[in-house]
Design a protein. Structure first.
Ligand SMILES: [Zn+2]
Length: 158
């Protein structure tokens, strides 16, 4: 399997010792554009990953701060699957995604960066994307790109 090389994720690794939970902070904040939040459901919300593996890397997280899947309600579970489907459709039509990695890393041993608050990743994939990512491997360029992508995707979720 080819690996995606995403060097800006070093910033994430360096900044991950900050106190507080980013998923709780972003769900409670009103600054959706700054936080790259795309949509708010009844019990879950959709946001862009600030340290993406590919352009259009989205996440779905419950408002509830929990690491235990048993604590998610039926509504939350339903929304996660429905929102994932919506994300697939939007990423296909707006960014031309050809495939997706979808899932969650539960627990530190499974590779969860933030293991206290469940979140599901949706990583759009394109043929040859493992070769393409190093070209935009600059954090500043990445932030600009993230804002542009948010502007493009936001109307689709409204
Ligand atoms: Zn939280």
């Amino acid at each position: 399997m080819d690996r995606i090389w995403a060097p800006w994720r070093m910033d994430y690794i360096k900044s991950s010792n900050k106190p507080g939970c980013v998923f709780c902070q972003k769900s409670q904040s009103k600054k959706d554009k700054k936080n790259l939040v795309l949509y708010r459901g009844v019990e879950t919300y959709i946001l862009m990953n600030l340290y993406p593996y590919t352009n259009g890397h989205l996440m779905i997280a419950p408002y509830l701060h929990t690491s235990d899947v048993n604590e998610l309600t039926e509504i939350a579970n339903k929304e996660i699957m429905q929102f994932a489907r919506d994300c697939f459709n939007i990423l296909k039509s707006k960014l031309g995604a050809e495939g997706f990695n979808f899932g969650a890393n539960l627990g530190k041993v499974a590779g969860a960066g933030i293991d206290q608050h469940i979140h599901y990743h949706i990583v759009p994939r394109w043929g040859g994307d493992t070769n393409f990512m190093p070209v935009i491997a600059d954090t500043k360029v990445m932030i600009e790109k993230l804002n542009n992508t948010w502007e493009r995707l936001k109307p689709e979720f409204s």
